[in-house]
Design a protein around this ligand. Structure first.
Ligand code: NAD
Length: 301
């Protein structure tokens, strides 16, 4: 395996996950090149890295990072809208829209651009690695590297083995994760892997309970925190993840398994179709804004 910190990593997508993955890897010494479809998205991603809620400025002002480390982290990140600039990357981490066709088209194109020895990793929430790797001719070097939101903070990386993924590729992704102080756990392929299968069941059931009048949004969120010790309730968490992403996830989970409890309820589609995508760029808001509820944290210490 190549010396870890000398690896050049391409992160595709600079949204909620992409910018956080890029920031984390650069923080631990990797050279990172971030790609998106427009400079506007990339500038927004860089802004989040600098001054977002989990960005470098906050870390410096909270005394968690030295100013020079923050400056060095930034200097290790470059941005591009030209995919040709990714050709000499050793690892590609894809973090774009949760849609198999969109991801597949990207991987097919990148397969012809990026050097043959490079590993392709997808941060997909739940699309089977077997499906995504079939868009390339590098099944042995194709893997799932599922980070959690926010990547700067969350410890777990769910490492998903595809049908042909080699032990070398697994070892490289595990080692990179550990070098960035993450805890990689290896799972086998399947719709939603472990974490998204669990998450999807909880969120869709919560939406249905709200839809059928069992309890209100804020009440369900508060009960989840107080009863189960979850840091966020299902509605608060969905706004944080992105409602369009959750809709894609649920549609995919249902299509693959035909389990009715995995399917997205109408109420989720209604929000997404009317532009309520959660707390992300270009969104009108999430569950709390759509229903005009104030997000209170009365139960938090
Ligand atoms: P997002 O909507 O915030 O960002 C997606 C970014 O990808 C956008 O900036 C978009 O312009 C860019 N993009 C789309 N098509 C592209 C292309 N062809 N080439 C380059 N860039 C492209 O989405 P996100 O929440 O960051 O999710 C990204 C991936 O991570 C999804 O697969 C999602 O399921 C997964 N994920 C999300 C979370 C979460 O909490 N949001 C957690 C774990 C995994």
């Amino acid at each position: 395996m190549q010396e870890l910190k000398k690896m050049k990593i391409g992160v595709i997508g600079s949204g909620i996950m992409g910018h956080g993955i890029a920031q984390t890897l650069a923080r631990y010494g990797y050279t990172v090149i971030m790609n998106d479809i427009s400079m506007d998205f990339l500038q927004n991603g860089m802004q989040m890295i600098k001054s977002g809620r989990f960005g470098l400025e906050k870390a410096v002002s909270a005394g968690k990072m030295k100013r020079e480390d923050a400056d060095q982290t930034l200097s290790r990140i470059s941005v591009t809208i030209n995919q040709e600039d990714l050709k000499d990357c050793d690892l590609i981490i894809e973090a774009i829209t949760e849609d198999e066709k969109v991801k597949g088209a990207l991987f097919r194109k990148l397969d012809g651009i990026v050097k043959k020895s490079a590993i392709f990793a997808s941060n997909t929430s739940g699309i089977m690695i077997s499906s995504l790797s079939s868009y390339t001719a590098r099944g042995k070097n194709f893997i799932g590297m599922h980070w959690f939101n926010p990547p700067q903070v969350m410890k777990l990386v769910e490492v998903v083995k595809g049908p042909e993924t080699t032990e070398d590729a697994i070892h490289t992704v595990v080692s990179i994760s550990e070098s960035a102080e993450k805890v990689p756990i290896i799972v086998n392929d399947g719709p939603g892997f472990f974490t998204t299968r669990f998450l999807n069941s909880w969120l869709m059931e919560s939406y249905r309970m709200f839809e059928s009048g069992v309890a209100g949004i804020s009440e369900i969120d508060r009960m989840s925190k107080l009863a189960f010790g979850f840091p966020m309730g299902p509605f608060e968490l969905s706004d944080f993840i992105g409602l369009d992403t959750m809709l894609h996830v649920a549609e995919y989970m249902y299509d693959e398994t035909k389990r009715p409890d995995y399917a997205p309820p109408t109420i989720l589609k209604k929000l997404v179709l009317s532009g309520y995508l959660g707390n992300k760029k270009g969104s009108k808001g999430g569950w709390y804004q759509y229903y005009g509820i104030k997000l209170e944290q009365p139960d938090r210490k």
